[in-house]
Design a protein around this ligand. Structure first.
Ligand code: ATP
Length: 260
Protein backbone atom coordinates (compact mmCIF):
# COMPACT_ATOMS: atom_id res chain seq x y z
CA UNK A 1 0.00 0.00 0.00
CA UNK A 2 1.20 3.52 -0.76
CA UNK A 3 0.13 6.58 1.22
CA UNK A 4 0.77 10.05 -0.10
CA UNK A 5 0.56 12.67 2.62
CA UNK A 6 0.23 16.29 1.54
CA UNK A 7 3.29 16.33 -0.74
CA UNK A 8 4.60 19.42 -2.47
CA UNK A 9 7.59 19.56 -4.81
CA UNK A 10 8.99 22.74 -6.26
CA UNK A 11 11.83 23.86 -8.46
CA UNK A 12 12.67 27.47 -7.66
CA UNK A 13 9.31 29.13 -7.13
CA UNK A 14 7.45 26.79 -9.48
CA UNK A 15 5.34 24.17 -7.69
CA UNK A 16 5.36 21.09 -9.92
CA UNK A 17 3.29 19.09 -7.42
CA UNK A 18 1.12 20.86 -4.87
CA UNK A 19 -0.43 19.52 -1.64
CA UNK A 20 -1.38 16.07 -2.93
CA UNK A 21 -2.79 13.39 -0.63
CA UNK A 22 -4.18 10.01 -1.59
CA UNK A 23 -3.81 6.30 -0.90
CA UNK A 24 -3.52 3.26 -3.15
CA UNK A 25 -4.11 -0.12 -1.55
CA UNK A 26 -2.53 -3.42 -2.50
CA UNK A 27 -4.63 -4.97 -5.24
CA UNK A 28 -5.61 -1.59 -6.68
CA UNK A 29 -4.74 0.08 -9.96
CA UNK A 30 -4.56 3.87 -9.90
CA UNK A 31 -4.48 5.70 -13.24
CA UNK A 32 -3.02 9.21 -13.33
CA UNK A 33 -4.48 11.47 -16.02
CA UNK A 34 -3.53 15.02 -16.95
CA UNK A 35 -2.49 17.28 -19.80
CA UNK A 36 1.14 17.48 -20.98
CA UNK A 37 3.16 19.20 -18.26
CA UNK A 38 0.51 18.60 -15.57
CA UNK A 39 3.07 17.00 -13.27
CA UNK A 40 2.31 13.30 -13.76
CA UNK A 41 5.90 12.11 -14.25
CA UNK A 42 7.11 14.37 -11.45
CA UNK A 43 4.51 12.81 -9.15
CA UNK A 44 5.61 9.32 -10.18
CA UNK A 45 9.25 10.20 -9.46
CA UNK A 46 8.18 11.33 -5.99
CA UNK A 47 6.25 8.11 -5.40
CA UNK A 48 9.23 5.90 -6.32
CA UNK A 49 11.79 8.13 -4.49
CA UNK A 50 13.68 9.21 -7.58
CA UNK A 51 13.16 12.67 -6.09
CA UNK A 52 11.99 13.72 -2.60
CA UNK A 53 9.14 16.05 -1.70
CA UNK A 54 9.92 19.47 -0.20
CA UNK A 55 6.92 19.04 2.10
CA UNK A 56 4.87 16.02 3.13
CA UNK A 57 5.74 12.33 2.99
CA UNK A 58 5.22 9.17 0.94
CA UNK A 59 4.81 5.87 2.80
CA UNK A 60 5.20 2.40 1.36
CA UNK A 61 3.71 -0.37 3.52
CA UNK A 62 3.28 2.20 6.31
CA UNK A 63 6.98 3.17 6.34
CA UNK A 64 8.32 6.45 5.00
CA UNK A 65 10.20 6.01 1.71
CA UNK A 66 13.09 7.93 3.33
CA UNK A 67 13.70 4.99 5.68
CA UNK A 68 14.21 2.37 2.97
CA UNK A 69 17.71 1.41 1.87
CA UNK A 70 18.15 1.21 -1.90
CA UNK A 71 18.29 -2.65 -1.91
CA UNK A 72 15.08 -2.78 0.16
CA UNK A 73 13.40 -0.32 -2.17
CA UNK A 74 14.45 -2.31 -5.24
CA UNK A 75 12.51 -5.30 -3.92
CA UNK A 76 9.44 -3.26 -3.03
CA UNK A 77 8.88 -1.20 -6.12
CA UNK A 78 9.71 -1.33 -9.82
CA UNK A 79 9.46 1.50 -12.31
CA UNK A 80 8.82 1.52 -16.04
CA UNK A 81 9.89 4.99 -17.11
CA UNK A 82 9.39 6.72 -20.46
CA UNK A 83 13.03 6.79 -21.58
CA UNK A 84 14.45 3.35 -22.24
CA UNK A 85 17.34 4.02 -24.60
CA UNK A 86 20.34 1.72 -24.17
CA UNK A 87 23.67 2.55 -25.75
CA UNK A 88 25.33 -0.86 -25.18
CA UNK A 89 24.20 -3.94 -27.02
CA UNK A 90 22.20 -6.44 -24.92
CA UNK A 91 20.43 -9.66 -25.73
CA UNK A 92 16.78 -9.52 -24.69
CA UNK A 93 16.92 -12.24 -22.03
CA UNK A 94 20.02 -10.59 -20.48
CA UNK A 95 18.13 -7.33 -20.30
CA UNK A 96 15.11 -8.96 -18.64
CA UNK A 97 17.54 -10.62 -16.20
CA UNK A 98 18.67 -7.12 -15.15
CA UNK A 99 15.35 -6.92 -13.31
CA UNK A 100 16.66 -9.69 -11.05
CA UNK A 101 19.91 -7.87 -10.12
CA UNK A 102 18.57 -6.78 -6.69
CA UNK A 103 17.90 -10.46 -5.88
CA UNK A 104 21.33 -12.08 -6.39
CA UNK A 105 24.96 -11.29 -5.56
CA UNK A 106 27.18 -12.53 -8.40
CA UNK A 107 25.35 -15.04 -10.57
CA UNK A 108 21.62 -15.56 -11.12
CA UNK A 109 20.23 -18.72 -9.53
CA UNK A 110 17.70 -21.23 -10.92
CA UNK A 111 14.84 -19.17 -9.45
CA UNK A 112 16.00 -16.06 -11.34
CA UNK A 113 16.19 -17.96 -14.64
CA UNK A 114 12.75 -19.45 -14.00
CA UNK A 115 11.25 -16.02 -13.27
CA UNK A 116 12.78 -14.50 -16.43
CA UNK A 117 11.31 -17.38 -18.45
CA UNK A 118 7.86 -17.02 -16.83
CA UNK A 119 7.78 -13.25 -17.25
CA UNK A 120 8.73 -13.46 -20.93
CA UNK A 121 5.96 -16.01 -21.47
CA UNK A 122 3.47 -13.81 -19.63
CA UNK A 123 4.38 -10.71 -21.64
CA UNK A 124 4.51 -12.65 -24.92
CA UNK A 125 8.15 -11.92 -25.80
CA UNK A 126 9.67 -15.41 -25.59
CA UNK A 127 10.23 -15.38 -29.36
CA UNK A 128 12.43 -12.28 -28.93
CA UNK A 129 14.61 -13.73 -26.16
CA UNK A 130 17.78 -14.19 -28.29
CA UNK A 131 17.45 -10.88 -30.19
CA UNK A 132 19.72 -7.86 -29.79
CA UNK A 133 17.62 -5.26 -27.93
CA UNK A 134 18.80 -2.42 -30.18
CA UNK A 135 17.45 -4.15 -33.29
CA UNK A 136 13.90 -4.35 -31.90
CA UNK A 137 11.10 -2.01 -32.90
CA UNK A 138 10.05 0.70 -30.42
CA UNK A 139 6.97 -1.28 -29.40
CA UNK A 140 9.00 -4.50 -28.94
CA UNK A 141 11.54 -2.60 -26.81
CA UNK A 142 8.69 -1.26 -24.67
CA UNK A 143 7.44 -4.81 -24.02
CA UNK A 144 10.96 -6.00 -23.14
CA UNK A 145 11.33 -3.15 -20.64
CA UNK A 146 7.96 -4.03 -19.13
CA UNK A 147 9.24 -7.61 -18.71
CA UNK A 148 12.44 -6.40 -16.98
CA UNK A 149 10.40 -4.34 -14.54
CA UNK A 150 8.01 -7.21 -13.87
CA UNK A 151 10.93 -9.62 -13.29
CA UNK A 152 12.18 -7.28 -10.56
CA UNK A 153 9.08 -7.75 -8.38
CA UNK A 154 7.69 -11.02 -9.72
CA UNK A 155 8.20 -12.82 -6.40
CA UNK A 156 7.17 -9.82 -4.21
CA UNK A 157 3.38 -9.83 -4.70
CA UNK A 158 2.66 -6.87 -2.41
CA UNK A 159 5.14 -4.59 -4.19
CA UNK A 160 4.34 -1.41 -6.11
CA UNK A 161 4.56 -1.22 -9.87
CA UNK A 162 4.93 2.24 -11.43
CA UNK A 163 4.18 2.50 -15.13
CA UNK A 164 4.80 5.79 -16.94
CA UNK A 165 2.75 5.63 -20.15
CA UNK A 166 3.18 1.84 -20.63
CA UNK A 167 1.09 1.83 -23.81
CA UNK A 168 3.38 4.37 -25.54
CA UNK A 169 4.29 3.26 -29.06
CA UNK A 170 2.23 0.07 -28.89
CA UNK A 171 -0.39 -0.94 -31.44
CA UNK A 172 -3.99 -1.41 -30.32
CA UNK A 173 -3.63 -5.13 -29.58
CA UNK A 174 -0.50 -4.66 -27.43
CA UNK A 175 -1.99 -1.62 -25.66
CA UNK A 176 -4.89 -3.81 -24.66
CA UNK A 177 -2.55 -6.66 -23.61
CA UNK A 178 -0.37 -4.38 -21.49
CA UNK A 179 -3.40 -2.93 -19.73
CA UNK A 180 -4.90 -6.40 -19.19
CA UNK A 181 -1.57 -7.49 -17.70
CA UNK A 182 -1.44 -4.41 -15.45
CA UNK A 183 -4.97 -5.24 -14.28
CA UNK A 184 -4.04 -8.88 -13.70
CA UNK A 185 -1.03 -7.82 -11.61
CA UNK A 186 -3.24 -5.57 -9.47
CA UNK A 187 -5.67 -8.47 -9.02
CA UNK A 188 -2.70 -10.59 -7.85
CA UNK A 189 -2.07 -8.08 -5.06
CA UNK A 190 0.36 -5.56 -6.53
CA UNK A 191 -0.28 -1.87 -6.07
CA UNK A 192 -0.17 -0.57 -9.65
CA UNK A 193 0.16 3.13 -10.48
CA UNK A 194 -0.05 3.97 -14.13
CA UNK A 195 0.21 7.23 -16.10
CA UNK A 196 -2.11 7.13 -19.09
CA UNK A 197 -3.22 9.51 -21.80
CA UNK A 198 -6.21 7.44 -22.87
CA UNK A 199 -9.19 8.26 -20.63
CA UNK A 200 -11.13 5.24 -21.88
CA UNK A 201 -8.30 2.85 -20.97
CA UNK A 202 -8.12 4.49 -17.55
CA UNK A 203 -11.88 4.04 -17.00
CA UNK A 204 -11.83 0.49 -18.20
CA UNK A 205 -8.90 -0.82 -16.14
CA UNK A 206 -8.42 1.43 -13.09
CA UNK A 207 -9.99 1.17 -9.65
CA UNK A 208 -9.23 4.84 -9.04
CA UNK A 209 -8.37 7.75 -11.32
CA UNK A 210 -6.38 10.79 -10.21
CA UNK A 211 -6.83 13.82 -12.47
CA UNK A 212 -4.06 16.42 -12.27
CA UNK A 213 -3.76 19.97 -13.48
CA UNK A 214 -0.71 22.15 -12.83
CA UNK A 215 0.45 19.72 -10.15
CA UNK A 216 -2.84 19.96 -8.26
CA UNK A 217 -5.60 17.43 -7.81
CA UNK A 218 -8.71 18.07 -9.92
CA UNK A 219 -10.42 14.88 -8.75
CA UNK A 220 -9.74 11.41 -7.41
CA UNK A 221 -12.17 8.52 -7.19
CA UNK A 222 -13.58 5.58 -9.07
CA UNK A 223 -14.01 6.03 -12.84
CA UNK A 224 -17.77 6.43 -12.35
CA UNK A 225 -17.19 9.15 -9.75
CA UNK A 226 -14.66 11.26 -11.65
CA UNK A 227 -15.22 10.75 -15.38
CA UNK A 228 -17.59 13.54 -16.26
CA UNK A 229 -17.56 16.47 -18.70
CA UNK A 230 -16.70 19.06 -16.01
CA UNK A 231 -13.64 17.25 -14.63
CA UNK A 232 -12.37 16.44 -18.14
CA UNK A 233 -12.82 20.04 -19.23
CA UNK A 234 -10.99 21.32 -16.19
CA UNK A 235 -8.15 18.80 -16.66
CA UNK A 236 -7.67 18.95 -20.42
CA UNK A 237 -9.45 22.18 -21.54
CA UNK A 238 -11.54 20.22 -23.99
CA UNK A 239 -15.26 19.60 -24.33
CA UNK A 240 -16.23 15.95 -24.57
CA UNK A 241 -19.30 13.83 -25.08
CA UNK A 242 -19.98 10.80 -22.92
CA UNK A 243 -21.52 7.77 -24.52
CA UNK A 244 -22.91 4.67 -22.83
CA UNK A 245 -21.53 1.45 -24.30
CA UNK A 246 -22.76 -2.05 -23.70
CA UNK A 247 -20.34 -4.09 -21.58
CA UNK A 248 -18.62 -1.01 -20.11
CA UNK A 249 -19.53 0.16 -16.63
CA UNK A 250 -18.32 3.68 -17.41
CA UNK A 251 -19.26 5.98 -20.30
CA UNK A 252 -16.89 6.26 -23.26
CA UNK A 253 -15.32 9.69 -23.70
CA UNK A 254 -15.36 11.26 -27.16
CA UNK A 255 -13.68 14.64 -27.83
CA UNK A 256 -16.08 17.30 -29.08
CA UNK A 257 -14.70 20.83 -29.57
CA UNK A 258 -11.42 22.36 -28.49
CA UNK A 259 -11.78 25.22 -26.01
CA UNK A 260 -10.15 28.40 -27.30
N1 ATP B 1 13.94 19.71 -13.66
C1 ATP B 1 12.99 20.56 -14.05
N2 ATP B 1 13.21 21.90 -14.09
C2 ATP B 1 12.24 22.77 -14.46
N3 ATP B 1 11.00 22.41 -14.79
C3 ATP B 1 10.72 21.09 -14.78
C4 ATP B 1 11.69 20.11 -14.40
N4 ATP B 1 11.10 18.89 -14.48
C5 ATP B 1 9.85 19.11 -14.90
N5 ATP B 1 9.62 20.42 -15.07
C6 ATP B 1 8.36 21.04 -15.50
O1 ATP B 1 7.35 20.59 -14.63
C7 ATP B 1 6.12 20.41 -15.33
C8 ATP B 1 5.62 19.01 -15.10
O2 ATP B 1 6.47 18.09 -15.81
P1 ATP B 1 6.12 16.53 -15.89
O3 ATP B 1 7.18 15.88 -16.70
O4 ATP B 1 5.88 16.03 -14.53
O5 ATP B 1 4.74 16.59 -16.70
P2 ATP B 1 3.85 15.41 -17.28
O6 ATP B 1 2.45 15.62 -16.78
O7 ATP B 1 4.47 14.10 -17.01
O8 ATP B 1 3.90 15.75 -18.84
P3 ATP B 1 3.83 14.84 -20.18
O9 ATP B 1 2.42 14.34 -20.30
O10 ATP B 1 4.14 15.83 -21.25
O11 ATP B 1 4.84 13.72 -20.07
C9 ATP B 1 6.40 20.75 -16.78
O12 ATP B 1 6.02 22.08 -17.03
C10 ATP B 1 7.93 20.60 -16.90
O13 ATP B 1 8.46 21.45 -17.90
Amino acid sequence: MIQVENITYQIGKKELVKALSFEVKSGELLAILGANGAGKSTLMKLLCREISPDFGDVKLGGISLKKYTLPQLAKQRAVLSQQNTISISFIVNELVMMGRYPHFEHQPGPKDYEIVKQVMEETGITHLSARDYNTLSGGEQQRVQFSRVLAQIYDCPDACLFLDEPTNGLDLLYQQQVMELARKLADRGYCVICILHDINFASRFADQILMLKNGRKVAIGTPLEVINCENIHETFSINVKLMACEGYNCPLVIPATIQT
